[in-house]
Design a protein around this ligand. Structure first.
Ligand code: SF4
Length: 1016
């Protein structure tokens, strides 16, 4: 008896008779789709990490192809890695759709060229692309390179071509970027960090010593209270958010959300309080005032571990919105008065009784006293009741055995006073004794998967790897540079770890220039470009509009969608002679010259820029390390080759670099020395291997290294184990000193996969490797009291055992220094103390102050009406003219991300594009009713700079708030759509945003600006 499958199942559906037929052997004929092996059976499994956000979830990538030479692999399945200690097998909607990103129709497969004035792309060969790009770069460099400045100082800089670096490529690509750009003398280099977490570094480094997330993802579960403000991790870092829910479930933690929108994090919170976008500094300074007024302070911690007791110079003052030293003509402060008062030995004076009127604590008390609950309500719109309840909850963690964790992201960084918002939160945590503690910290939730790594590697205008500063033209010699950037002691007997700067810098020079760097030539100091000012990306756009930038290299970055004021970006890019875009995807930036109706209303014939679109690999096709938000460097492997003719970033850089060198060797030209001096002696210099570059990041001994007793601790050629082994005599080379220890003689520490958590407290120290030296919680000495006993015996992170510090983490402290030595726990700061007063390290003041966003709905500052806005915020004249006022643009707008989409990448992934196909804006129910807008209506949202059109989502999540006696509405603008991708075409949200930036980080203000909304 023969039956086909369909009739067999019909028979089976009839009951027992059918089942018996099967038992008798009358099974159906095999159907093509029926005999299917388990789909992962033939696959090759490759470990990788999600390329989107900085949770860094583990992924298992399955590909076909046995890895044999010339066999082409094809990735067909991706799932969460169940071994990963943070993600534990989970992926959010972005990560779950990543296969569609890898196979996106918008993946670039071959190099393309757009001729000046043309309206189309044309396919070209790699050879043609590399040859033409090298020619354009050399001609521009030869014509514009400055060997000396007007004062005759050697500056070796090339200012007319800029470079934007990736935030998702590996650290190894990052180091190649750094060497490539500095060898050519570029100063106009920047990366995504400028546009997202730049303010984090500006705020946290002067406060604690390092500009990074203090704790880590898994540690969040140890918190007793979690304050989420300036971020929405349930939506933007969904898998990381699981540790918030762990804290709730297992630790009974309370979760508080303060945000302009009742967002998905708020939906999980015990308490939600609305706040006006752009007023966070006032709220947090209100908390500071509350804690100090009611003495909810961890006094022992504050006295021993913060600079509360130090006395400030009498030249410091604050009056009516201005700190001492303000110069209205330059819009800058002279910060010389923002210092401690010094004694005869040059040490800071102190008053342990805290009674001196100019001790830091009393100055802070006075400064914060203006931020009463009434004032907070007036500026923020938050009810006093909600505000006081939050203060009380935070106050409960001022005891030794309770901690609060603060989570934030771009909702704090994207403001013209973003650094000071974060500073205010840091002050709250210092007063509560929550830094260095398990379950505590200021947890900057980084966005892009490797924006931490690209910041670590110094891909910013004035930086070098490891947060070293690039020399300026005022530092005319190595000695003057080192003398100025190496901090002296402020208090006796402190670690002041940056005093080792000469060792880090000389080791970097040896890594950069090898044998060519010798003591006699100051280790090649002159070859580095010297800056005269910051060439951050706001400056770059301004330079372009003035015709001062000719070329632009853009790697894994979409500045047309990311720069503030998209129309200004179009004007800027249109002045370039050449643009080189290296990206896996077709981006709006590469197509900026292309007309896309209203979405990109340009005339290609009028744009004379030559554009190259070079296809690069994506994360799944490359090997290397990425640093997640917890500073954890995770190594990943390639699961396939890039599609078509696409190449790895390193191979693209290597080809341009070597061709330029060849041109200089053949033709000569301006200042070939810095370019020829840079070390590029890889086994395959055309395509440097990630392992080789990773070892270079770690550093090695160039001679036998001996310790203080003369014992050889490293043989010549061996990888160093720690930055403590670095020398300033040229016997060590290290490209990024904070990465020392990541690839030692024991192998690649970043590839470790021990997910054991023996304490059950989330200390998974065997997984990958975290900088510095695999420390998982920064400043962990502060988790124990002055005598070295853990503040909280249930969470003993680190304790003094009579001989050494030991515990669950690598001590962030000299291991054998006894507590009686009174070394401060903040070892990167000269005084070892957490800084309530930031001295002269910020451009806009040693204490935080509330300033209105540059576009303010109230047009005044209730604290000081004469100083409404940050007096030192980054603002170019032309941009000032493009600022709107509340009479025409009465609503506050704030941009944000949604779970299904990641910035402007996931609209290229079909699954995500299906999930969120169309642009929308969110409008509060009261405003919508007044304007006659219903859900699903088309609306036009306009600012002084342009307009977008989108579908209206009418919601009660955005409340109308009373601000300084006026009712203010907020519009929510998700920023994910554009004119390229698989989703429906949409407007770039940055069409609306103003070109203004934080005074310290120049990070633009995307989170609070003025718009009008109309139904269309
Ligand atoms: S986007 Fe972030 S949370 Fe989502 S899977 Fe990727 S790394 Fe994890």
């Amino acid at each position: 008896m023969q039956v086909n499958r369909r009739s067999f199942f019909k028979i089976c559906a009839g009951g027992m008779a059918g089942t018996s037929l099967a038992l008798l052997g009358f099974t159906p004929l095999p159907a093509a789709g029926a005999i299917r092996q388990y789909k992962l059976l033939r696959g090759r499994e490759t470990r990788n990490n999600c390329t989107y956000c900085s949770v860094g979830c583990g992924m298992l990538i399955y590909s076909l192809g046995d890895g044999a030479k010339n066999a082409v692999s094809s990735i067909y399945h991706i799932e969460g890695d169940p071994d990963h200690p943070v993600s534990r097998g989970s992926l959010c909607p972005k990560g779950a759709g990543v296969l569609d990103y890898i196979h996106s129709k918008q993946r670039l497969k071959y190099p393309e060229y757009r001729a000046p004035g043309s309206d189309r792309w044309q396919r070209i060969s790699w050879e043609e692309a590399f040859t033409r790009i090298a020619r354009l770069m050399k001609d521009d460099r030869d014509a514009n390179f400055q060997i000396r400045n007007a004062a005759g100082v050697t500056v070796n800089r090339w200012l007319t071509t800029g470079m934007l670096c990736s935030s998702a490529a590996s650290n190894e690509t990052g180091l190649l970027d750094q060497k490539f750009a500095r060898a050519l003398g570029m100063l106009a280099i920047d990366n995504q960090a400028r546009l997202c977490h730049g303010s984090t570094v500006s705020a946290l480094a002067p406060t604690f010593g390092r500009g990074a997330m203090t704790n880590n993802w898994t540690d969040i579960k140890n918190a007793n209270l979690i304050l989420i403000m300036g971020g929405n991790p349930a939506e933007a870092h969904p898998v990381g958010f699981k540790w918030v829910t762990e804290a709730k479930i297992r630790n009974g933690a309370k979760v508080v959300v303060v945000d302009p929108r009742f967002n998905r994090s708020a939906a999980m919170a015990d308490l939600y309080a609305p706040i006006r976008a752009g007023s966070d500094a006032a709220f947090l300074m209100g908390v500071v005032n509350y804690l100090l007024t009611y003495e909810h302070v961890q006094w022992e911690y504050v006295r021993n571990f913060t600079n509360a007791v130090l006395i400030v110079s009498e030249n410091y003052a604050f009056d009516e919105g201005l700190f001492s030293g303000y110069d209205a003509a330059t819009r800058q402060y002279d910060k010389t008065g923002w210092q401690y008062e010094r004694d005869e030995q040059g040490h800071a004076r102190r008053d342990d009784s805290l009674s001196h009127p100019r001790c830091v604590l009393n100055l802070l008390k006075t400064h914060a006293s203006r931020y009463t609950p009434e004032l907070v309500h007036r500026i923020c719109g938050t009810s006093q009741e909600d505000f006081l309840q939050i203060c009380q909850l935070l106050a409960e963690t001022s005891v030794a055995d309770r901690t609060a964790s603060i989570l934030y992201a771009l909702g704090w960084t994207h403001h013209s006073n973003g650094s000071q918002i974060i500073r205010a939160a840091a002050i709250v945590q210092l007063l509560l004794g929550n830094i260095g503690m398990m379950g505590g910290g200021i947890n900057a939730l980084r966005g892009h998967s490797n924006v931490q790594g690209f910041t670590d590697l110094g891909l910013l205008s004035q930086s070098l790897p490891g947060y070293l500063t690039l020399p300026s033209e005022k530092q005319t010699t190595l000695e003057s540079y080192l003398q100025q950037v190496t901090p002296g002691g402020i208090l006796p007997d402190q670690v002041n770890y940056w005093q080792n700067t000469p060792k880090f810098f000389v080791s970097l020079m040896k890594s950069f220039y090898g044998d060519r760097a010798q003591k006699e030539n100051s280790w090649g100091f002159d070859w580095l470009p010297k800056w005269d000012k910051n060439y951050d990306c706001l400056t770059q756009a301004e330079m372009m509009t003035q015709g001062k930038l000719n070329g632009y290299l853009i790697q894994g970055f979409n500045p047309l969608a990311a720069f503030p004021d998209k129309n200004k970006a179009i004007r800027a890019f249109s002045t370039l002679k050449y643009m080189v875009v290296i990206d896996p995807l077709s981006t709006e930036t590469a197509s900026f010259w292309q007309r896309h109706d209203e979405f990109n209303d340009v005339d290609p014939a009028a744009i004379q820029t030559e554009v190259f679109r070079l296809p690069s690999s994506c994360f799944a096709e490359e090997e290397g390390a990425v640093a997640n938000s917890s500073r954890c460097l995770q190594w990943h492997w390639a699961a396939a080759e890039p599609p078509g003719e696409a190449l790895h970033d390193g191979r693209i850089l290597g080809n341009i670099f070597l061709r330029l060198r060849e041109l200089y060797r053949r033709e000569g030209g301006t200042a070939p020395e810095p370019l020829l001096a840079m070390n590029w002696d890889y086994s395959d210099p055309w395509s440097p291997a990630p392992e080789e570059v990773a070892r270079e990041n770690n550093g090695k001994a160039l001679a036998d290294i001996v310790d203080a007793e003369g014992r050889v601790i490293l043989k010549k050629g061996q990888q160093i184990n720690s930055f403590a082994e670095l020398r300033d005599d040229g016997t060590t080379a290290c490209a990024c000193w904070i990465y020392a220890g990541s690839w030692t003689e024991s192998g690649n520490q970043m590839a470790r996969r021990d997910n054991a958590d023996p304490s059950g407290l989330g200390a998974v120290n065997g997984w990958a490797w975290a900088w510095p030296l695999n420390r998982r919680i920064l400043y962990n000495r502060a988790s124990a009291d002055a005598q070295g006993k853990a503040w909280d015996p249930r969470r003993p992170l680190l304790e003094w055992n009579g001989q050494r510090w030991q515990g669950l983490d690598v001590p962030d402290y000299p291991v054998t220094a006894p507590p009686q030595q009174k070394i401060g726990p903040f070892i990167m700061l000269p005084d070892g103390m957490g800084h309530l007063f930031a001295l002269d390290k910020l451009s806009d003041g040693p204490f935080p102050e509330h300033y209105e966003p540059m576009e303010s709905p109230i047009g005044t500052n209730p604290l000081h009406p004469a100083v409404v806005y940050s007096p030192v915020a980054r603002l170019f004249k032309a941009d000032a003219a493009a600022l709107g006022r509340a009479d025409r643009f009465p609503c506050v707008a704030t941009t944000y991300s949604i779970t299904e989409l990641f910035r402007h990448w996931t609209k290229h992934a079909l699954l995500n594009a299906i999930a969120q196909p169309e642009q929308f804006v969110e409008i509060g129910a009261e405003l919508a009713a007044e304007k006659g807008i219903k859900a699903g209506d088309w609306v036009r949202v306009s600012s002084k700079r342009g307009y977008i059109k989108a579908k209206a989502v009418v919601t009660k999540r955005l409340r109308r708030l009373p601000i300084d006696g006026k009712m203010v509405d907020t519009i929510g603008i998700p920023c994910h759509w554009g004119f390229e991708g698989s989703a429906k075409k949409g407007f770039l949200a940055n069409t609306l945003t103003p070109s203004v930036g934080d005074a310290n980080s120049q990070t633009p203000e995307y989170k609070a600006f003025l718009v009008n909304v109309e139904r269309i």
